[in-house]
Design a protein around this ligand. Structure first.
Ligand code: SF4
Ligand code: F3S
Ligand code: ZN
Length: 103
């Protein structure tokens, strides 16, 4: 599961689609965590898609990640600023790849 304390335990190494990327990143195998308010651990995501389908405000967009061992696309929190903290994505992800900081 994603580390809920990733913002203390990891370093910001990049930005992507207007959000932070938390390392370590070593493409294509290690992609890190994308987003801060809505954080997706790309190294855990298996492209299940439930988050993309269920988010009521379309926070997520697919991005291609060829060569990653878990899946060749990931749910990117491209519109995390629109999140309404419903927590649906956290509940439906089968591998607990998502952390939403609703506090
Ligand atoms: Fe979308 Fe709700 Fe997840 Fe926020 S908590 S990203 S609104 S599903
Ligand atoms: Fe990935 Fe979980 Fe969404 S596996 S596509 S973050 S439901
Ligand atoms: Zn991203």
């Amino acid at each position: 599961a994603i580390d809920p304390n990733f913002d203390q335990n990891r370093e910001k190494v990049d930005t992507h689609n207007g959000h932070d990327v938390w390392g370590p990143v070593d493409e294509p195998e290690d992609l890190g965590i994308h987003g801060t308010h809505v954080a997706v651990d790309f190294d855990i995501c298996i492209a299940d898609g439930a988050c993309v389908e269920d988010c009521p405000v379309d926070v997520f967009e697919w991005i291609e990640t060829p060569g990653h061992p878990e899946s060749e696309k990931k749910a990117d929190p491209a519109n995390e600023i629109q999140c309404i903290d419903c927590m649906l994505c956290v509940d439906v992800c089968p591998v607990d790849a998502i952390d939403v900081d609703a506090s």
